[in-house]
Ligand binder design. Structure first.
Ligand code: ADP
Ligand code: MG
Ligand code: ZN
Length: 604
């Protein structure tokens, strides 16, 4: 391997630098440090000092005399002077009553000297060097200095501890995967009849829907070794490293068959190969090629099943998806009403609940939430119960937790002037009345004007009884009218416009645009697709697929829909202006009211 030598070069440089540093230390730094406090004087000064009785002690050495004397400041310091052939020296010292002696030269053995000034520093430097490289390797998540050798990392995870019971509301996915579990338990049954198990299954769905969890559950259910690696782990500093890892991984998996290989976030390596990239793509491509080769190379009968997860299936290379590779696709979608209730119950098992919890209500209020968010709601509820000093989680804790996860924590200390508070109250009641007065709208569940950390100054929560999979044109236009209801109330009562409607505007426009460009709900465009959506699981970026002239016509249509809805909202509020006033002042006083309270006053 060509790359093998490159990483070693820096080590040689390192040793050379170490050597140079030690040389410099020996030549300049050590001696000057040691000499620092000793002042060199001439012999005459020494004699004068003796005559002036300044010298305290003297040490006659081989070539020099070291002595201590009081300096001008009266402090004792050390001096040296060269040794002169002076027969009177002893007499002088004696008469001046200086303590003096001659040192018997005691030299360090050359060996000790050598060790102290050469071997020891080098050992210390090498030690530091080793520590640095070690920690660097750890940070890079592998042994990057010695790759290509068979220092294979063992990827096996014995027990994931998860089973299908931990995964709720993904019945179709579980069913598709339980076939794999069955195959791993009993490959013979399949072989007998001549059926070939798919080599790989790809779990696709939005983030937080339980893809990783499902893969672990499959391993837990089938009680086979589980080799798990995340796509990003393949992407290494050095070209060729990722491919080497893929090889290692499959070699180990083959040896341990039957087993499961799980590649999480496979899109990091499995992106479409194209020529557009600037540098740096080599590594990913090599890794992907290696993965494709390995998947072709191994014999599925042995019982190695490859699972992969991603939330960007449309960005995957086509070669990954062809039969014989990840030919089975298991959708893991956002949970529906029943699914949400089931997920809440699974996670609620871990906490202490009071007896009268209505999970259905929480599930209805969390339309569109992922499994991860629902798990978070349960935990937030438990945290709130602790904060309130309770031993059990109550319904109110979970309800508050839903709002925390949707809109953030309550901002109790926020300073909002009474006037603004009033505008916010009218705004929210405006939404609520428009919603309530339209036949196809979801019932109002709760209205609040307590600000939240997400920046929401208040909100109106609508919760539908059951979940529809289809949205009619009427429902869509009603939704837009409801969004415009807040601003409509502000206009009617205060005659001004505030920035409080910015989010409503965004939402209303989004729906109106989708009606025109994707849902075929406008007259002029009939069933023409004007927009394509990519990345559907990650927010869905859409791009227009039409001429600029059409684009401006689309804008006109969208505007007309919104204007109509806005007018409708204003009319509804005009007809109910008395209720708008009563309800707004009631909300202003209470800050939070339930849907029932709202309906009672509206219908009285
Ligand atoms: P993904 O890999 O799809 O992004 P994860 O599998 O990492 O999502 O899910 C994150 C967490 O959310 C899980 O550990 C689990 O606690 C919770 N969760 C998600 N989906 C489910 C589900 N269907 N049933 C139970 N818990 C779920
Ligand atoms: Mg995941
Ligand atoms: Zn609003």
């Amino acid at each position: 391997m060509k790359e093998d030598k490159n990483p070693k070069k820096p080590i040689i440089y390192y040793y050379i630098i170490t050597l140079v540093v030690v040389l410099i230390l020996n030549a300049y730094v050590f001696p000057s440090v040691l000499k620092q406090e000793i002042t060199q004087v001439d012999y005459g000064t020494f004699l004068t000092q003796i005559e002036n009785n300044k010298v305290k002690t003297a040490e006659i050495q081989e070539n020099q005399i070291a002595f201590t004397a009081n300096n001008d400041a009266g402090k004792e310091s050390i001096y040296v002077t060269g040794r002169v052939d002076d027969p009177e020296l002893v007499n002088r010292l004696h008469t001046a009553q200086v303590k003096f002696s001659k040192v018997i030269p005691k030299e360090n053995s050359p060996l000790t000297n050598f060790i102290l000034s050469w071997v020891l520093p080098i050992i210390i430097f090498i030690g530091i060097g080793q520590m640095l490289t070690n920690s660097m390797q750890k940070r890079m998540g592998g042994n990057s200095m010695t790759f290509g050798k068979s220092n294979a990392k063992v990827y096996v995870e014995a027990q994931t501890g998860k089973t299908f019971l931990d995964v709720a509301g993904q019945d179709e996915a579980k069913e598709a995967l339980s076939e794999i579990v069955d195959f791993l338990h009993n490959p013979g049954k399949y072989k007998e009849i001549g059926a070939i198990m798919p080599k790989g299954a790809l779990l696709v769905g939005p983030p937080g829907t339980g893809k990783t969890l499902l893969a672990k559950a499959v391993a837990g259910e089938s009680k086979v070794p589980f080799f798990s690696i995340s796509g990003s782990e393949f992407v290494e500093m050095f070209v060729g490293m990722g491919a080497a890892r893929v090889r290692d991984l499959f070699k180990q998996a083959q040896a341990k068959a039957p087993c499961i290989v799980f590649i999480d976030e496979i899109d990091t390596i499995g992106k479409k190969r194209d020529n557009g990239g600037i540098g740096g793509n080599d590594e990913r491509e090599q890794t992907l090629n290696q993965l494709l080769t390995e998947m072709d190379g191994f014999n599925g009968e042995k019982g190695v099943v490859i699972l992969a997860a991603t939330n960007r299936p449309d960005s995957l290379d086509k070669a990954l998806l062809r039969p014989g590779r990840f030919d089975r696709r298991v959708p893991v979608e956002l949970p529906d009403l029943a699914g949400r209730e089931a997920i809440l119950k699974v996670h609620a098992k871990k906490i202490k609940l009071s007896s009268n919890i209505d999970f259905n209500e929480i599930a209805r209020a969390t339309s569109g939430a992922s499994g991860a968010e629902l798990a978070n709601i349960i935990n937030e509820g438990a945290l709130r119960a602790v904060k309130c000093g309770r031993k059990y989680v109550e319904q109110s804790d979970l309800e508050e937790a839903v709002e925390v996860v949707i809109a953030g924590y309550q901002k109790k200390g926020a300073v909002i002037s009474p006037k603004e508070k009033q505008i916010i109250a009218y705004h929210e009641i405006g939404h609520a009345i428009v919603a309530a007065k339209q036949a196809e709208s979801a019932p109002v569940h709760k209205i609040t004007i307590i600000p939240r950390t997400s920046g929401a100054l208040g909100y109106t929560m609508q919760v539908s009884e059951n979940e529809n999979v289809l949205m009619t044109k009427e429902e869509a236009t009603n939704k837009i009218a409801t969004f415009t209801g807040g601003r409509a109330a502000e206009e009617l009562v205060f005659g001004t416009y505030t920035s409080g409607a910015s989010n409503d505007i965004e939402q209303a426009t989004k729906i109106a645009r989708a009606m025109v460009t994707r849902l075929g709900m406008s007259k002029s465009f009939d069933m023409m697709a004007l927009e394509t959506v990519s990345n559907q699981y990650l927010g869905g970026d859409s791009s227009l697929a039409c001429s600029p002239e059409t684009a401006s016509k689309i804008d006109g249509e969208v505007l007309a829909i919104i204007k109509n809805a806005h007018e409708k909202a204003i009319n509804i509020l005009k007809e109910n202006i008395e209720k708008l006033h009563t309800l707004s002042s009631y909300l202003l006083e209470k800050e939070t009211i339930t849907g029932d309270e709202f309906m009672r006053i509206l219908q009285s």
